[in-house]
Design a protein around this ligand. Structure first.
Ligand code: PBG
Length: 326
């Protein structure tokens, strides 16, 4: 070998050397825990396709939030499963509805010590399971849906959410929600835009988690897996409409998109390691096919390395616990 004898392995010789030269590391503060609460439950309900994840009762949700605070987790993203559903998702606007009440309960528990985020979307509240209301042809009506999102956003801000997460992929949703928040005086309620959200087969377990009523798919509003460039357009629109943070979702099948967005975004970038990504790793680990902890760590580190500032992951509290002990 010729001078000057480059040997990259020198920096891999000891754990301390590898730790010192690591370009990225995980921190609890960069993790966001997605959590489900179901109305009318007396005990937490396990989600079969997401081993270790439950539909919470009010009590267990508050406990999970308190534990996240204890562990230094950055945030919690709340999803509600109502007892009654209708075509317009009316229960989403009820100040005492499952999600709005959960926001209030969690804020009462954690105050400002954890960033409390909530899902602004109709799919959990509609009896047809779509993220918006339907027109007479069964097509998801963009602008009629925006009117409901605006009211939902204000209801969630009233309940005390620090950050709203519109996940329905309606055109113009960020602008309409931002305007509604301003009009209601919620100038400091932030919005994380699910800017590049793809129609993904990996949402499967989430549909079980929220007892989704969906028949068919969301391909007329969520993005096509074939498209990369389009993500830049989606992010650009959301930024122009006032997004405070942007998200790429799912994470692992879209790391190229995440890297693109991370390069161009002037605001923090989140990535959502979704239910199917969780389920795959849990299933392989349960079979003894992979080392569970190593695979989880590597998967989240990969998402951070691709450019995510923060990662939504169902393992947020568990990973934070590991980081604390190490
Ligand atoms: C829609 C929503 C979905 C997820 C988060 N918000 C489901 C969908 O778009 O079908 C999926 C999250 C996951 O799979 O973990 N409100």
């Amino acid at each position: 070998m010729s001078f000057p004898h480059h040997r990259p392995r020198r920096l891999r010789t000891t754990p301390a050397m590898r730790r010192l030269t690591a370009e990225h590391r995980l921190a609890p503060a960069d993790l966001i825990l997605p959590a489900f609460i179901r109305e009318g439950l007396s005990d937490p309900n396990p989600i079969a396709s997401m081993p270790g994840v439950v539909q919470h009762t009010t009590d267990t949700l508050k406990r999970a939030a308190a534990e996240a605070v204890e562990l230094g987790v950055g945030g919690i993203m709340l999803f509600g499963i109502p007892e009654t559903r209708d075509a317009e998702g009316t229960a989403s606007l009820d100040p005492d509805g499952v999600l709005n009440k959960a926001i209030r309960d969690v804020r009462a528990e954690v105050g400002d010590s954890l960033v409390v985020m909530s899902d602004v979307c109709l799919d959990e509240f509609t009896d047809h399971g779509h993220c918006g209301v339907l027109d007479s042809d069964g097509y998801v009506d963009n602008d009629a849906t925006l009117e409901i999102y605006a009211k939902m956003a204000v209801a969630q801000a009233d309940a005390g959410a620090h950050v709203l997460g519109p996940s329905g992929m309606m055109d113009g949703q960020i602008g309409v929600i931002r305007q509604a928040l301003e009009d209601a005086g919620h100038v400091n309620t932030a919005v994380v835009a699910y800017a590049a959200k793809y129609a993904s087969a990996f949402y499967g377990p989430f549909r079980e988690a929220v007892d989704s009523q969906l028949k068919g798919d969301r391909r007329t509003y969520q993005m096509d897996a074939a498209n990369r460039r389009e993500a830049i357009q989606e992010v650009g629109l959301d930024l122009a409409e006032g997004a405070d943070m942007v998200m790429v979702k799912p994470a692992m099948s879209y790391l190229d998109v995440l890297a693109d967005v991370a390069r161009m975004s002037p605001v923090p970038v989140a990535a959502y390691q979704i239910s199917g990504e969780y389920a795959m790793i849990e299933a392989a680990a349960a079979n003894g096919w992979i080392d569970r902890r190593a695979a989880i760590t590597e998967s989240v580190l990969g998402i951070r390395r691709a450019g995510a500032n923060m990662v939504l992951t169902y393992w947020a509290s568990e990973i934070a616990g590991w980081l604390k002990e190490s």
